[in-house]
Design a protein around this ligand. Structure first.
Ligand SMILES: [Zn+2]
Length: 398
């Protein structure tokens, strides 16, 4: 039951629209010379340093900035093998078509549980060292009942935000037997995976022969919903398609990528802004040499947006939210404040969580400290490792 007061916070970005005395321009809920009290893994108090209540321990962050811990709401961390050659080929002009996923499936199936666990642990630690305090982890490189279930079992050791993605691609052994694979995913595989998953996801993409059509995606998502899983969709990544429409129609929490959106897609997302978040993954556009969607345009239209890494072996092997933030500002027309809010409160919303993504009393004490006087340095000093999650204080119940 130890309490700790963090002092010496030159600039505190809370994201809390109700915080008294804060600067609410750009919705940052920003305080200068602030303090935060943490007790039992939760935030107990937020306010000016001069008014901080006493606590058992005192930790001075030395005039640095503190922001909400980043919420990485889209990642694929359970995989083995290396696909750097594929990245190299893309940089010399080869187009991405999702075919390389089979390479990761082969390596993942061949790895032991301990090997996979060690790989995931290293990737989660890498994220934390860059300021991420919550990560969603998908399966999707097992694609058999055994390998999907164990991928999720291992992912669940690291996060409660686990997502069953048996419908990532049709695995090679089911070539020409798509309907049989969809039946497996929605039958025996779902039964084996659901106990370890909070969400179900599908790669709905008519532009890849390995991915799933609108009809197949609907069958997969409906089956997941029937066993109590929340819905997420990989959509509109490689070209215009039905992903957004399907996600909105089924009330999915998130539709991810949104690289190619029609005016109608944007209108649908704006109408569903309380339910369905558009999660943008600019690391993927970077790593596949694809055009970036205009995130500012989505915000102006009233769409709820999130930013996440999509850390995965094929289309973006970067676990860095600061990198994502820099891309979002430079390439997707967001202001620094809009980008930071999208990777904290926005991605928390896409996970339907209200206990993370914002620094306010009662929320989890997920704090990221920047070795800088202001959050603007996240963007201004792109590529410099200034962000780090503060060590958990007290019992997070994890
Ligand atoms: Zn993905």
């Amino acid at each position: 039951m130890t309490s700790t007061v963090f002092t010496g916070i030159a600039e505190l970005v809370t994201g809390d629209p109700l915080l008294e005395g804060a600067d609410h321009s750009e919705h940052l809920g920003l305080l200068k010379d602030a303090a935060v009290v943490v007790q039992d893994g939760l935030i107990a108090w937020v306010g000016p340093g001069a008014a901080a209540p006493p606590a058992d321990e005192r930790q001075d962050v030395g005039g640095r900035a503190v922001v909400p811990g980043f919420v990485d709401s889209h990642s694929h961390l359970v995989f083995a093998g290396d696909r750097s050659q594929e990245f190299s080929a893309r940089m010399t002009g080869t187009r991405y078509d999702a075919g390389g996923i089979a390479t990761s499936v082969g390596a993942t199936r061949g790895a032991t549980d301990d090997e996979l666990r060690t790989l995931v642990a290293a990737r989660v630690a890498e994220m934390r060292a860059q300021g991420t305090t919550t990560v969603e982890i998908k399966s999707g490189y097992g694609l058999s009942v055994r390998d999907e279930a164990r991928s999720l079992r291992i992912a669940a050791e690291f996060t409660s935000e686990t997502t069953f993605l048996g419908a990532h691609v049709v695995p090679p052994e089911f070539a020409g037997r798509r309907a049989e694979y969809v039946a497996l995913v929605t039958g025996e595989m779902l039964t084996a995976c659901a106990p370890f998953a909070r969400w179900i996801d599908v790669f709905c993409e008519p532009h890849s022969s390995q991915a799933f059509t609108e009809e197949e995606a609907k069958v997969v998502l409906s089956a997941g919903r029937d066993v109590g899983l929340g819905l997420r969709v990989h959509g509109n990544q490689l070209g215009h398609g039905p992903g957004v429409r399907l996600a909105v129609e089924l009330g999915a929490a998130s539709v991810d990528h949104c690289t190619f959106l029609s005016a109608e897609d944007v209108e649908q997302l704006a109408g569903a802004s309380e339910t369905t978040v558009a999660t943008l993954l600019p690391g993927v556009e970077f790593s596949t040499r694809s055009p970036y969607p205009n995130a500012r345009h989505l915000l102006d239209a009233g769409v709820s947006i999130a930013l996440a890494s999509d850390c995965n072996p094929g289309t973006c092997y970067s676990s860095s939210i600061p990198f994502v933030l820099a891309l979002a500002v430079r390439e997707m027309s967001l202001t620094p404040a809009q980008a930071l809010l999208a990777a904290t409160a926005g991605s928390a919303k896409s996970l339907r969580r209200n206990d993370i993504g914002m620094i306010c009393a009662g929320n989890r004490a997920d704090l990221t400290v920047l070795d800088a006087p202001t959050y603007l340095h996240l963007f201004y000093r792109a590529g410099v490792p200034i962000a780090c999650a503060l060590d958990p204080v007290g019992d997070h119940g994890r």
